[in-house]
Write a protein of this length. Structure first.
Length: 364
């Protein structure tokens, strides 16, 4: 047989063998079952559509791409003008300490090592902060069901070793329906201070860390968009007794939203909002930390600095118009690191890889 005919025959065999092999391996894979702990091939083929095969191939390709992306060296790793590696910090004496800020983690998935919440926790742990502040909307939606307790348990498990020094406030997603039951689940889940006003145990509270006083308020109890008069009266008494150099206030909905949550925050009730802000200015509050808007922003209102950290694991809101905020940043996996050096405060914004996105230093 001439060599040319042989070559043509080989090519034809290959052409028909390839689709036949694909049919065997992809379209009609042998189904494997387990009997007494041993894998056994089933004689009955399991049909699989071409769309299903294509989806599997694309998924595998995506996973490989992520692995390759993680293995590629960051060209800016040693360029401090582009990014800054987190430097592990330890608790120090005197009036110097560090605290982290996270917010709006309601879209986290338990056990997802690549999730934005998980990345933030891993990076925050490198700083070894003295405490962690969470600005609300911990889970996707509390409705007073058993599943809500499980979601909070997963949230705590995600924090790992940081959970023992984390303090949080309720957000609107933490009181969606059956609010009294949600409050009870919250109180059963956490062990926060119970020194707040009547009816707000572990929801509104205060604590001291070195030279600083922290106050946690509930902007969603009994109703959303308001720090009610019960809390404001307690707040004024608490701040009047405070002797610390710095005072930090934490609540979920910002008093002065800068973007998508305008008219969906404390600005819904201007007189109530203004009454709260007068107390903050009267007692020379250092800074306020909020969530709710799914961005990071900084804005100074009167004498008080307002920082929003609402994009640790949520979805993106729009950035503010020019001139509304002194700083803003859009994207998930964001967290803050606040460094207290006496009365000098530095608030840093970090990305999901730990990179330093912004730093702002001020004194009261």
């Amino acid at each position: 047989m001439p060599a040319k005919k042989i070559a043509i025959g080989v090519v034809l065999i290959i052409i028909f063998a390839i689709p036949a092999g694909l049919v065997y391996f992809f379209v009609i894979p042998q189904k494997t079952t387990t009997i007494a702990g041993q894998p056994v091939q089933s004689a009955t083929p399991e049909l699989k559509s071409f769309r299903g095969v294509l989806a599997d191939i694309l998924k595998d390709a995506e996973e490989k791409a992520e692995e390759i992306g993680e293995a590629v060296t960051n060209p800016f790793a040693n360029d401090k003008s582009k990014t800054a590696e987190p430097v592990p910090q330890t608790s120090s004496g005197g009036n110097n300490f560090t605290f982290a800020i996270i917010g709006d983690t309601q879209y986290f998935t338990a056990g997802n090592a690549r999730g934005n919440f998980q990345k933030a926790v891993a990076n925050i742990s490198k700083f070894n902060p003295d405490l962690v502040v969470q600005t609300g909307d911990l889970i996707r939606g509390c409705e007073g069901k058993n599943e809500d307790a499980r979601d909070y348990a997963n949230w705590k498990n995600t924090l790992g070793a940081l959970v023992s020094k984390t303090y949080a406030v309720q957000g609107n997603h933490d009181r969606v329906d059956n609010e009294d039951k949600c409050d009870q689940i919250w109180q059963n889940t956490f062990n926060f201070p119970s020194n707040g006003p009547s009816g707000f145990s572990e929801l509104t509270y205060s604590l001291d860390v070195k030279n600083s006083h922290f106050v946690f308020l509930d902007s969603n109890k009994p109703d959303a968009h308001e720090i009610n008069s019960t809390q404001r009266d307690w707040l004024e008494q608490d701040l009047a007794a405070n002797k610390k150099e710095n005072t930090f206030i934490v609540f979920h909905e910002p008093a002065y939203p800068v973007s998508d949550k305008a008219t969906e925050s404390l600005d819904v009730h201007p007189s109530e909002r203004n009454g709260l802000w007068r107390i903050l200015e009267k007692y020379n509050v250092t800074a306020v930390f909020n969530g709710h808007e799914h961005i990071v922003s900084h804005r100074k209102i009167g004498t008080v600095h307002q920082f929003v950290f609402g994009s640790t694991d949520s979805f993106n809101h729009g950035l503010p118009s020019a001139g509304v905020a002194e700083y803003s940043n859009q994207g998930q996996g964001r967290f803050g690191i606040a460094r207290v050096n006496g009365k000098e405060i530095t608030v840093e914004t970090h990305g999901p890889d730990g990179s330093l996105l912004n730093t702002f230093t001020f004194s009261k």
